[in-house]
Design a protein around this ligand. Sequence first.
Ligand code: GUN
Length: 312
Amino acid sequence: MSARSLDGAAAATAIRASLADRIARVTTALGRPPTLALVLAGADPASEIYVASKLRTAADAGCRAELFRVAADGRLDDVLAVVRRLNADAGVDGILVQSPLPKAMGHDAEQQVFDALDPAKDVDGFHPVNVGRLAQKRARLVACTPSGVMQLLAREGIALAGKRAVVIGRSDIVGKPMALLLLHQDATVTICHSRTPDVAALACEADVLVAAVGRAAYVTPAFVKPGATVIDVGINRVTDPELVARWYPDGHPRRASFEKKGSVVMGDVHPDVWDVAGAVTPVPGGVGPLTIAMLLANTVTAAEARAAGRPE
Ligand code: GUN
């Protein structure tokens, strides 16, 4: 392991600290703290953990965060009704509806929910107005994970102008906004996806490689130019002992952790990539903490816009 570890947790702490003054000022202006409403439909265990973490982090930072639940057997209309109520509530600055929604709500439930959000309160940056503003390089609220990655790259002094960036994954949540943000910093950007032939050959050209595939250890050393910066957005829970044994040598701390818990969380990047890359974000502790820090930043931005009387 020779690559530098990019410490997302430290960057997230710095971002949260940098918000303190803004939170104090906007709290005075509004006569209440910046307020985030989280909507959770169902009881997906991973979503429960993410939402609890968002609530805790927001409260620790001096924001108000409230959880609104919809039952697992609720209908999409129930979620939409909560969103409309929160849109109309002047005491709410930001709204986040946790994905995934229960499957029974339909395949396009999430898009319907994002479309229903007031763009000024869309702290996920998923509403078409916010996506369009990002595409035109005049974004106000940007998807949290990709904007967190940009913060990390800037703080680590990793140059982008004139560099080759490759994003593996084309999701609305990470891949597409990530590619736009890199483009806006003058990188030459390639997006790879499930239908791209020979992803490794393209990835190998990257000075900055972003893996947002959702497949454990997908990015092997064959994908990585020596010295490249590798950003691992994946969070994959691996339960197959054979895979864990293949990826982590005997005596590796992850092996011991797996023996104890029966699973291990790893990213999209194979552990051997650390021998080739110049810098890598670890999982956990890399991109994950930045996502929540940027959610807070977006909530504060939305609250400031409200205090300034700027609707959207
Ligand atoms: N589920 C996993 N990540 C996210 C996210 O960034 N926003 C929302 N709304 N749901 C998620």
